[in-house]
Design a protein around this ligand. Sequence first.
Ligand SMILES: [Fe+2]
Ligand SMILES: [Zn+2]
Length: 318
Amino acid sequence: MLRYILSSLIICAMLVVAVAATKIPAAGDAKSAGAPVNVQADSITFAVIGDYGRDTKQEDSVAKMVKSWSPDFIITVGDNNYSTGSAATIKTNIGKYYGDYIYNPDAKPDWQCHGKAEQQKQNRFFPAPGNHDNYSIPPLKPYLDYFTLPGDETNYDFTWGPVHFYSLNTGTDAKMTCCDSKVSSWLKDALQKDTKTFKIVYFHHPPYSSGEHGSSKDMRWPFKEWGVDAVLTGHEHFYAKATVKGSNAPLYLICGSSGSNEHYPCNEHPLEKDKYDWLCDNVHFGAIKVTVTKHKAIFEYYAVEQPQYPLDVNVVNK
Ligand SMILES: [Fe+2]
Ligand SMILES: [Zn+2]
């Protein structure tokens, strides 16, 4: 394993961080929005953060913990830029903390991040938009201008090691239907052709939640039938796992505790107890660390208050 330590590196002209990275892909030409991302690797480690972009001390703590893991890349489950997805706040809410992972050559010059990802010409930050990102006028304009992502940058996929990732934009209120909408058809078709061992779909609004917002029932798509292993979401400001009883449904995890400064109640809209198991932590701030090898994916939720051991562990074997 290659290991690099960078220090005294100015990230997005804002931050000094120390970062270790693994499995550096060969640097290519500057990649533009829409360019596919397919990185070869036998095993990967990535982080999942959600509801984080508020420039708070909680965001800072979680970012430091995430970077201490030296993940190959980071995915987000939305609400990247509170409170209105504005151009005025996007640098301080995102790049200030995660600029080392962001390669955004299509952004205007003073928005571009100048860290490890830029040096390697390899983006390592793959967000999904949340309702707060969609509150900008027009919706998502700063978000799309800031990031340089594959496909249409709102509903896109990429592969890294043994995993195929699908990021969806559920807009302001997840009023998306399955299975005749453009997005659901794209996802279904892509999953049917998918030959990767693990398939992970991530977006903002959780299909199953007992929390403050409750379930986004329109997002109860047939992920199990489509071969999805994990559905990762946010929106609720806590960590949770919803298990559909008596089925081998995908792992449904909610990770909305990565930087917003308040927690939501865990049981405002309880799921039916005969159909679902519900585990919820609204005490800590944290992020999920995922380690994937050839036949195993391990999802560990870590809190900044006690980062030595995970508060929840889930394993998917293949
Ligand atoms: Fe949020
Ligand atoms: Zn939200």
